[in-house]
Every structure is written in C-alpha cells, then in structure tokens.
Design a protein around this ligand. Structure first.
Ligand code: GLA
Length: 393
C-alpha cells in the first residue's frame, strides 16, 4: 500500500472536484510462467502485486458530464456518456472510456462522474498498468453506482475495453490477476473454463525480483495481434486435420508435428511454443509444490529461450539481461515477463544476493546500452480493493 499515492489522488480530487465518494486501489501483476497462453485458452500463473493505481471517484452532479484526470501525466479528459467514443489512438483515456462503454453496453445506467488516478505500476514494463487502469475503473464505477457486478464479469468487461478501445486483442490473464489476486498467493488460472485456484508462493531461500529493461514495449504496435493471428492459423490447420480443435489448448505436440508440412514454418514455431509453454507451466506448478526451486529455474530458462527463438517476442536488451541472469551463480532462472518486446525480466535470485546481482547486471547493461535497469522488488498482494466509500467532507 502506497499511502502517499493514495493521499496524492485524494488531495487532487478534493482540489478539482470536492470530496470523493469512493477510493479504490488496483494492482499490476507478475506472471511466474504461461506467457501468450491465455488467448490460446491454456494456463497462466500470475499474481497481483503491490504496485498499483489509486482512484478517487464521485458523481459529477450532472447526468452526462464526466472528467478523467491522470495526475501522473497532468492531463484531463472530459466527455459525455451520451457521446461516448474512443479518444485518439494511444491515449490513456481509452482504457477508462472502454470500461464505461462496456458497462453502458451491458444495459446499466452510468451517471456523470469525476475520476482522478495516479499509480506506481511502471508503464510499458509488462506489469499490466493497462489492466490495473481498466479493472480499477470498473470496480470504482461499480461501487459508485452500487451495480453489484460480479467480479468475473468485471474482468471480462475490462478485457473487452482493451480489445475495443485500446485495440489490443489481449487474453484474460492481466485483468483476472488484477481483480482476483490474493496476498502471498499465485493464481493458477485455466483460461478456457476460468476455473482457478490460489496457492502460496514459497521460494525457500530465494526471492522474486523483476528487472525493468526500461525499454517500453507497445503491445498495440501490432506484433501482439500478429502472434494471435498466427496461432489462429495453426488452429485452423489442426482442426482441418483432426477436428474438435478450437484452440491450441486442444492440440498435442504430436498432432502439431503431424501437421508441420501443412503449415508455414513461422506458424509451426508459434504453435510449438504455446503447446510447450502449457507443459512448462504444469511442470513449474508441480515443482513449486514440491519445493524444487532449482527445477523451477531451469524451466524459466527454457521458457526464455522459447520466447526468444520460437515465439520471437523478446528484444536485445531483454536477451542480454536474461542471458546474464541465467549464467549467474546466484540466479536459478530468469525470463522475460509479459507480452514482450521490452519490459521486465522475472528472476529467481538467492536471498541476500539481490543487490550484488543487480549492481553487476546494471554495470554491464549500462556499458552495452547506455541506460540503466530498474530493479523492482515483488510483494504479492490482494487484487482490486475498496479503500473507502461515502467519505464525509
Ligand atoms: C499481455 C496480455 C495478456 C497476455 C500477455 C502474454 O500482458 O495483455 O493477455 O497475453 O501479454 O502472456
């Protein structure tokens, strides 16, 4: 919990609009393993973290008029619910507007409101600041109007906001983790059935450490959607051959190999990655439960290589960081986290060695790329939560 940020958002709201009615905290997330498996209806292993976006919201007193204020960007976006449409491509406002559109589209009546937010989820870092924005907006508006929207429905609305208003055909992992996370627990989610369970993340003697490459990725910059399309191409070949294959979740590696000659080599590589990533996740889950952390680390190394050479979503800075970590005696394994093309690596590091590892990596990274990495300690935390409601002036 970042008390200062909460205060900053509240103070700014008071200054601009008076007393807020609802205060909400909405977290970013990590993902231990299971990358690009969610939209292929496979499995993911994320958790919500302490880095969050804080929201202050109240009715505007008008039926229609709304204002959104980003404290960090020092920007304001005004709109009318009756004239709802996406803002310019790339605008932060789209994540919030998209959520309003989903709520309105579900037949609920949203009244004019003011909303102020600020956060410490680094943008473009693969920690899902966009999902934090969407889920926090949805949760805050739900509280403000007493809609009683079930959490899983809010997750889906937030995901659709990203599809329709931000133009990224993301899976459901980020929004699910941000909304449903639990302190000190990872979330094993089946993205096909949406069945999930939480289990404790115990890394006896080791800690999770993110290293931000400070290369900001832009998922909307088409590559993400291209990957999704390549997987769909693979599914259609597999389905033609075997029937009953609606997603890569339904296909085995043997089936894929049988179809190799019938598909483009790139499509084959993408599908192979996804099918094996689900297997890697199953193994990681097993080894986490049995406390075999070294084996977990080995799988992270394999996952990194697969993302680099088969799914091709890494970049030179990330490869450099992961290579260094994966050859370091105090690191059991590291891989890129999130959608790709920059952002963070997730590292399992021997407790007590975090600072020396970061210092060594940073020195080499600075020499190679002329910029620094940012270490981000991980504290696994609760999902979106209500901080207060119906505050008095
Ligand atoms: C982004 C998307 C998620 C997921 C990851 C990759 O974070 O929003 O749905 O696909 O990339 O695992």
């Amino acid at each position: 919990m970042n008390i200062e940020l909460e205060k900053k958002v509240r103070d700014q709201f008071v200054k601009l609009f008076g007393t807020p009615e609802v205060l909400v905290k909405s977290p970013g997330r990590i993902n231990v393993i299971g990358e690009h498996t969610d939209y292929n209806l496979g499995f993911v292993l994320p958790a919500a973290v302490d880095q969050s976006i804080y929201f202050a919201v109240a009715r505007s007193g008008d039926e229609d008029q709304c204002s959104l204020v980003s404290v960090d960007m020092n920007e304001r976006y005004d709109f009318k619910i009756s004239e709802l449409k996406p803002a310019a491509a790339g605008s932060w406002a789209n994540y919030l507007l998209g959520v309003v559109a989903e709520i309105v589209g579900s037949g609920r009546v949203v009244k004019g409101f003011n909303l102020v937010f600020a956060g410490d989820v680094p943008k473009g870092s693969g920690m899902s600041s966009s999902a934090a924005l969407e889920c926090g907006t949805c949760f805050a508006l739900n509280e403000l109007h007493d809609f009683n929207i079930p959490k899983v429905e809010m997750v889906k609305m937030s995901q659709m906001a990203e599809h329709k208003y931000a133009g990224v055909k993301c899976g459901i992992m980020d929004q699910f983790a941000s909304m449903m996370g639990k302190e000190d627990q990872v979330l094993l989610l089946d993205c096909k059935t949406l069945e999930y369970n939480h289990f404790p993340m115990e890394l006896e003697g080791y800690s999770l450490l993110l290293c931000n490459s400070n290369v900001s990725h832009s998922l909307a910059s088409s590559e993400y959607n291209v990957r999704r399309q390549q997987c769909e191409e693979g599914v259609s070949v597999l389905n033609e051959e075997f029937g009953n294959i609606d997603s890569l979740r339904d296909a085995s590696l043997d089936q894929l190999k049988e179809c190799e000659s019938k598909m483009d080599n790139i499509v084959f590589k993408r599908c192979k990655y996804v099918i094996e990533e689900n297997q890697r996740l199953e193994d990681v889950t097993k080894f986490l439960n049995s406390g075999e952390i070294i084996k977990v680390g080995e799988i992270l190394k394999n996952a990194q290589n697969a993302m680099r050479y088969e799914y091709e979503v890494t970049c030179k800075e990330i490869d450099f960081m992961a290579d260094f970590a994966n050859g370091h005696e105090d690191v059991v394994g590291a891989r890129m986290m999130g959608g790709g093309f920059g952002g963070c690596t997730i590292n399992i590091v021997k407790k007590g060695s975090e600072d020396s590892f970061v210092a060594e990596l940073n020195e080499l990274y600075k020499n190679e790329f002329g910029k620094e990495i940012t270490p981000i300690p991980v504290k696994i935390s609760d999902g979106v939560s209500l901080l207060s409601k119906n505050l008095q002036a």
